[in-house]
Design a protein around this ligand. Structure first.
Ligand code: FES
Length: 179
């Protein structure tokens, strides 16, 4: 409940109900300020929880439809804050037997490719500092940004994982196999 007992007198000396709106929006007294902050924070929590639940249901629905059409699922890989620029993350997509690598190449840029070398399926190693993926089995090389083969025996690019940023997370949404 709002009380004026321990509030400062406004500098113009007018009563509280005659004060301009901005003085209510930016109060200088803690009792008023906390009242607004708590109410806003509760609103924020309710809205973000609701948005999260709706988002998860929407993805589940999309995946049911995609499964019926024989398309790969939409799957969350990581939170944007979990992967600093220049870092990499191994994940599995579309199945648990399909290793892939996600690389954050810039603040707003992510790339992901299958980790299986297109020569004989060894696991490629991301080397962001050199701008490449390296396959240690027979010294194969792929470009870090495009997945295109740049040296050694591989003759095809790495399959590209399609990505989407939704909210504060990054999702895999498909696989593009290139020749
Ligand atoms: S398996 Fe990668 S170069 Fe041979």
């Amino acid at each position: 409940m709002r009380t004026t007992d321990n509030l400062s007198l406004p500098p113009d000396g007018k009563p509280f109900h005659e004060q301009p709106q901005w003085r209510n929006d930016f109060p200088i007294d803690w009792p008023q300020d906390e009242l607004v902050a708590r109410r806003d924070f509760t609103k924020f929590l309710v809205l973000t929880s609701f948005a999260f639940v709706v988002g998860q249901w929407w993805i589940a629905l999309e995946n049911v439809l995609r499964q019926r059409r024989g398309k790969p699922p939409i799957r969350r890989i990581a939170g944007l804050a979990d992967l600093p620029v220049g870092q990499t993350l191994v994940f599995h997509y579309p199945d648990s037997h399909d290793p892939c690598v996600l690389v954050r190449t810039a603040r707003q840029r992510f790339v992901a490719f299958s980790q299986k070398c297109t020569h004989l399926s060894c696991a490629v190693r991301p080397e962001p500092e050199k701008g490449q993926f390296y396959c240690p089995c027979h010294h194969g090389f792929f470009d870090l940004n495009t997945g295109v083969q740049t040296g050694g025996p591989p003759r095809r690019p790495l399959p590209r994982i399609k990505l989407e940023i939704r909210g504060d997370s990054i999702y895999a949404t498909g696989v593009e196999v290139r020749s």
